[in-house]
Design a protein around this ligand. Structure first.
Ligand code: NAD
Length: 713
């Protein structure tokens, strides 16, 4: 079995090649079997008298994608994880100190544990493949490099250069990795092994050591205990705390690994790293991040919720109605995915203007070296601006992104449907109008669906796929195929007010406004939101959305719901801001914040006049709890009402849709993290103090009574 994972051969020049090829997988990953095979091959190469030099390589398209997270997550005992990691360290150390020269041919991506293996080689050659990425991204999953990465990288390139790579988990393209000192040489794709061999040939017979094992080695940029070292750690610690607000343990552990480990000898440093690695992997934050960002994201992207019986559909030509902010963004995503786009607006000028958005984005990519000018030109020819509905002929799908106005949407639906073939799909990008009601004008409502993109489309990876009452399973399945074709993540949502993301996210903003009405100090509200891990405070978000728009939506909702509408103090605050204060948000430079031309935004000093703060302010923790728990409660209501199908969809949608703090794994993951009984008790208390919106949904009570939880771990 192991022999199949690493092919071992020694050529006539005495170069032993260890070619890694995990069977039955598209990528090499470091799982138990692969590690055992690599260890055995390393031991064999070291002991083999015929092997004068050692070459590590991959027989897959990429080098190694990283450690198998199933393996990491399955180990729930820190001592067991430490023992397994120490074994990895022993073999890597044996490899780099065996005296024989060791090179690695990095033929594609080398990430996490895969790159740590490269770091234990004396010479690293990378192939210049456009898709290849090199780096140590463990921190993005709540972990830290546990295979020596926090010790070898700073010893290789210096603390100052290594810390940002370790703390941000940035993945570099081969040329960037070369510039940063992560690899010695970049060669044309396909020539990696030969280049590595050439280096090995020149070293055969000479004892080869890592820089840090050579007598007289000095840490590049100076040691920890030096003015430069102090400065780096002061700045690094402050910046890390500012970014994490203490919510993410891993970056702090990384700082400790480097700070402590680089003041000791290499082997002691590695043991320090192992201790912090095991501690990080056991944190609830790491478990939540791995679960949502890796397992659940993969599940959603593999279209687990797609009606399986429907054959996959390819999309070669797609129409976009409305070349404004959203339509032009969709056109860009399609052009990048190789889909021909008919971009229709009321005037050719407007349609052309929409296309120029794609041109600008592509120019930036060319400028940064991510794309060739030829690829850009080819992508641009895929966008065809027009005003004529006849040009939609032959489209597999048409997405409307015209004004949020029922009349305009009805008009474009009728005109497009007159041209479309019976099996073409019509999708609306509406943000507020129920899909069922828009489908009423459709002559084929079973082919009508919602595709709710997020702004800016080129950056936001989520699309809510909204199923109307009459939408057919074929339409749903194929719409999901389309979302994957443009490399975005589809979350399936049933038709309901605010769909899923806007509905849950709005509870965060509303809670903030309600606190303001109660007399909680605006700075406390905003800081509590950010310290809880949300990217922006609720008042700042309300300003971004625009208060006049929120006011209009509130009034429309009240009219639609009639007696069922529950008005809260948040609506009073919005009305006061719009009608009394005449401050409607960021777009006019005046809302809850002032937006001076120079300098950052500041909370508006007049807020105190209209919403005076009480003398007794609540504790920060209570404000944070209200802002986060209300989102979890609403997400559970969405599950209860079948607005969203599963906890996994709810968590992925929250992370991608509105940047819910990833350290909790999502609003449902947060309940799991707190443990259901504790969450329930806290909600009951909040309900007594602040009202029935905090009353735990029946689903939670039922689950608690049955001793159930949303996730296994
Ligand atoms: P926008 O005002 O930037 O663009 C609308 C475009 O539609 C304009 O170019 C306009 O000329 C064109 N248009 C208007 N009537 C038309 C017609 N009859 N035929 C063809 N083109 C017509 O608006 P936007 O922000 O891109 O929003 C478009 C849709 O996307 C709306 O339904 C909105 O609710 C939804 N949406 C917006 C966001 C957002 O953040 N802006 C997010 C998700 C969804």
């Amino acid at each position: 079995m192991n022999a199949n994972i690493v092919r071992y051969s020694v050529d006539t020049e005495g170069i032993a090649t260890l070619a890694i090829d995990c069977p039955g997988r598209a990528l090499n990953v470091l799982n138990r079997e692969a590690l055992a095979a690599i260890y055995a091959a390393i031991a064999r190469a070291i002991a083999d008298p015929a092997a004068k030099a050692i070459l590590l390589a991959s027989d897959k398209e990429d080098f190694i994608a990283g450690a198998d997270l199933d393996m990491v997550l399955a180990i729930t005992d820190a001592a067991e994880l430490k023992a397994a990691t120490l074994e990895l360290h022993r073999y890597l150390r044996a490899l780099e100190t065996c005296g024989k020269p060791v090179a690695v041919a990095i033929n594609g991506s080398a990430l996490g544990g895969g790159y740590e293996l490269c770091l234990a080689c004396h010479y690293r050659v990378a192939g210049n493949r456009p898709s290849a990425l090199i780096g140590l991204p463990e921190v993005t999953l709540g972990l830290l490099p546990g295979g020596g990465g926090t010790q070898r990288l700073p010893r290789l390139i210096g603390i100052r250069a290594a810390l940002p790579l370790l703390l941000e988990g940035k993945k570099l393209k081969p040329a960037e990795a070369h510039k940063a000192g992560l690899v010695h040489e970049v060669v044309a794709a396909g020539n990696e092994r030969e280049a590595a061999r050439a280096w090995l040939r020149g070293r055969i017979g000479q004892e080869t050591l890592q820089p840090w094992d050579i007598k007289g080695y000095k840490l590049p940029g100076g040691p920890v205990q030096s003015p430069a070292g102090f400065e780096t750690f002061y700045a690094g610690s402050a910046m890390t705390l500012a970014k994490t607000a203490g919510n993410y343990p891993a970056p702090h552990y990384i700082l400790s690994c480097v700070y402590e480990g680089l003041q000791t000898d290499f082997d002691t440093g590695c043991r320090t790293e192992v201790a912090y690695f095991a501690a990080a992997a056991m944190t609830p934050e790491a478990k939540a991040m791995m679960r949502t960002l890796f397992f659940h994201m993969n599940q959603v992207n593999s279209l687990a919720r797609r009606p399986a019986e429907v054959p996959r559909r390819k999309f070669s030509r797609v129409g976009v109605l409305g070349a404004g902010m959203m339509g032009s963004g969709v056109a860009y995503a399609q052009a990048m995915a190789g889909i021909d786009t008919v971009l229709l607006d009321t005037t050719l000028e407007a349609a052309e203007h929409g296309k120029s958005h794609t041109r600008r984005l592509l120019d930036t990519r060319v400028h940064k070296g991510y794309m060739s000018a030829e690829t850009r030109d080819a992508a641009l020819t895929r966008i065809y601006p027009t005003t004529r509905y006849a040009d939609l002929d032959g489209c597999d799908l048409v997405i409307e992104a015209v004004f949020e106005d029922r009349g305009v949407k009805a008009d474009v639906t009728r005109q497009a449907e007159a041209v479309l073939t019976p099996d073409a799909i019509f999708a609306s990008n509406t943000s507020t109008l129920p899909i069922g009601s828009l489908a009423e004008v459709s002559i084929r409502p079973q082919r009508f669906i919602g595709l709710h993109f997020f702004s800016p489309v080129d950056k936001m990876p989520l699309v809510e796929v909204i199923v109307g009452a009459k939408t057919s399973p074929e339409t749903l399945a194929q719409a999901m195929d389309y979302v994957r074709a443009i490399r975005k993540t589809p979350v399936v949502v049933n038709d309901s007010r605010g769909f899923y993301t806007s509905r849950v996210f709005s509870t965060y903003v509303r809670e903030g406004l309600m606190m303001l009405a109660e007399g909680v100090a605006p700075a406390l509200i905003e800081n509590a939101g950010k310290l809880a891990g949300m990217p922006v405070g609720p008042l700042a978000i309300a300003d971004e959305i625009a208060l006049d728009l929120a006011d209009r939506v509130n009034r429309q909702t009240a009219a639609d719901l009639g007696a069922a509408y529950v008005r809260t103090a948040a609506e009073d605050v919005t009305e006061t801001m719009v009608n009394v204060c005449k401050r409607i948000g960021k777009k006019v430079g005046a809302g809850f914040y002032d937006y001076p031309a120079e300098g950052p935004k500041r909370l508006w000093s007049g807020l105190m006049r209209h919403f005076p703060s009480t003398a007794q302010q609540p504790a920060l923790e209570q404000v944070q709890r209200r802002l986060l728990y209300i989102q979890s409660i609403e997400a559970v209501r969405c599950l209860e009402e079948d607005v969203i199908a599963s906890a996994c969809d709810a968590d992925v949608g929250a992370l991608l849709g509105w940047a819910f703090p990833v350290c909790h794994g999502g609003p449902i993951g947060h309940i799991q993290q707190l443990e259901l009984p504790r969450f329930l008790a806290a909600c009951r208390e909040l309900a007594v103090s602040f009202g029935p919106r905090f009353t735990p949904p029946a689903l939670l009570e039922k689950m608690a009574a049955a001793g159930e939880s949303f996730y296994v771990a």
